[in-house]
Design a protein. Structure first.
Length: 138
C-alpha cells in the first residue's frame, strides 16, 4: 500500500485553530499575532504566551525559515507515511517570526543540517499535507 492509498491524518479543527488550518488548506501560512504586545505565536492558542492577552488576530507569513534542529523518523506511526521514510521533523525559526515544529521534504535527507534555509512548499504541492510543510531553498 502506498502513501497515495492512505490519507494523511488531519488535525482536529476547533474555534482556536480553524483560521490556521483553513489557510493552510489553501497553501497559506497564517500565524496568530497579539494585538497587545505584537508578538507572533505558533501554535494557535486562546491567550498570548508572551503577555496573556486574549486580543489575538491573524497575519500571513511568507514561509521563509531556518532549520534549527531536526529528527529523522525511521518508524512512522501512520500508514500514510510508511513509504516516505525517513521523515524529517524539524524545529524551524521563521524569519521575523516564532519557531515551530514542521515537516521538511527533500530528496536527500543526508543533506539536512542545522542552519539550512527553508521555504514553505508552494500552495499546489503543499496542499497534500495537512499541516505546513517546508523544503530546502535551492
Amino acid at each position: 500500500m502506498t502513501h497515495n492509498d492512505q490519507q494523511y491524518p488531519t488535525p482536529r479543527v476547533d474555534q482556536i485553530n480553524s483560521a490556521f488550518v483553513e489557510a493552510w488548506a489553501e497553501g497559506v501560512l497564517r500565524l496568530q499575532v497579539c494585538g497587545a504586545c505584537g508578538q507572533e505565536t505558533f501554535y494557535p492558542r486562546p491567550l498570548c504566551p508572551h503577555c496573556w492577552s486574549s486580543d489575538l488576530g491573524w497575519t500571513e507569513h511568507d514561509g521563509k525559515a531556518t532549520l534549527v534542529s531536526y529528527s529523522l523518523v525511521m518508524r512512522p506511526n501512520h500508514p500514510a507515511f510508511f513509504e516516505e521514510t525517513p521523515i524529517i521533523l524539524a524545529e524551524i525559526a521563521l524569519r521575523d517570526g516564532p519557531t515551530m515544529l514542521a515537516r521538511v521534504i527533500c530528496d536527500d535527507p543526508t543533506q539536512i543540517r542545522s542552519g539550512l534555509l527553508l521555504e514553505l512548499l508552494p500552495a499546489e504541492e503543499g496542499k497534500k499535507y495537512p499541516l505546513p510543510t517546508f523544503r530546502p531553498v535551492l
